[in-house]
Design a protein around this ligand. Structure first.
Ligand code: PGA
Length: 257
């Protein structure tokens, strides 16, 4: 983290878990375990139908609500889709785009991820843009090349003032939901590389200000070491965000000054 230049973000990704009726008890337990002062922005990204309940229950502890996906279209005959303006309207502050599960199970490519990020920015919702390599790519030493390509593609046409409202999440696919975390060094190396890519497009100042998160089996035990890395500005947390005590412990781990 480098709090002098950028905000720390701890974002939970609930994926397709939990019920709206479980949010209130979750938040009560979270509140009981949170430190009094917090030095990070807290976000919980839920299925779209649960966002209103999260907005309501999250107010007291200042937990922002986020979506997990958005349509790239503004409105119209796209059955089943949720638009950026609909997310904004119900109070979503953030929305994940390009999660590897969307890329893998729904065939999302970099162009679509870019269009979704742009659609969100247009409506004032901050995209959390996910990138990350597969195990094969890592073993073939292609990690940085691939991730750099994903970052460039996702940010295509996005200007420096919009970049300020973007968060990047580096999530190596082999670390997601597997219990295999990237080492702090591996994660730092790629996050540093992502910042270098952003610097090459936008220049030093915008690159210094963008928050880059790590995701992939981050938990209460490994969070502190990961968050101590200079280019890791927070986490995108799946499994551990479903447990209020664990999520609170990760939030506590941001307090390292
Ligand atoms: P995980 O998921 O923390 O369960 O590995 C992270 C993610 O998919 O965002």
């Amino acid at each position: 983290m480098n709090r002098k230049y950028r905000k720390t973000v701890i974002a939970g990704n609930w994926k397709m878990n939990m019920l709206a009726s479980e949010i209130k008890p979750f938040m009560e337990e979270l509140k009981a375990n949170l430190p009094k002062t917090r030095s990070c922005e807290m976000v919980l990204c839920t299925p779209a139908v649960m966002i209103p309940a999260m907005v309501k229950a999250g107010k007291e502890c200042k937990v922002a609500a986020g979506g997990q996906d958005v349509s790239s279209f503004e409105q119209g005959a796209y059955t089943g889709e949720v638009s950026a303006s609909q997310l904004a309207d119900i109070g979503a502050k953030y929305c994940i785009v390009g999660h590897s599960e969307r890329r893998q199970y729904h065939g999302e490519d970099d162009m679509l991820v870019n269009a979704k990020a742009a659609a969100l920015l247009e409506k004032g919702v901050m995209p959390i843009i996910c990138v990350g390599e597969s195990l094969e790519q890592r073993e073939m030493d292609l990690t940085m090349e691939y991730v750099a390509y994903q970052v460039k593609a996702a940010l295509s046409g996005i200007d420096a003032s919009q970049l300020r409202r973007c968060v990047i999440a580096y999530e190596p696919i082999w670390a997601i939901g597997t219990g295999k975390t990237a080492t702090a060094q591996q994660a730092q190396e790629v996050c540093e590389g992502i910042r270098a890519v952003i610097r090459s497009i936008y220049g030093a100042r915008p690159a210094r200000a963008v928050s880059i998160l790590y995701g992939g089996s981050m938990n209460a035990k490994n969070a502190q070491e990961l968050l101590a890395q200079p280019d890791i500005d927070g986490g995108l947390i799946g499994g551990a965000s479903l447990k209020p005590v664990d999520f609170a412990a990760i939030i506590k781990a941001t307090d390292q000054d």
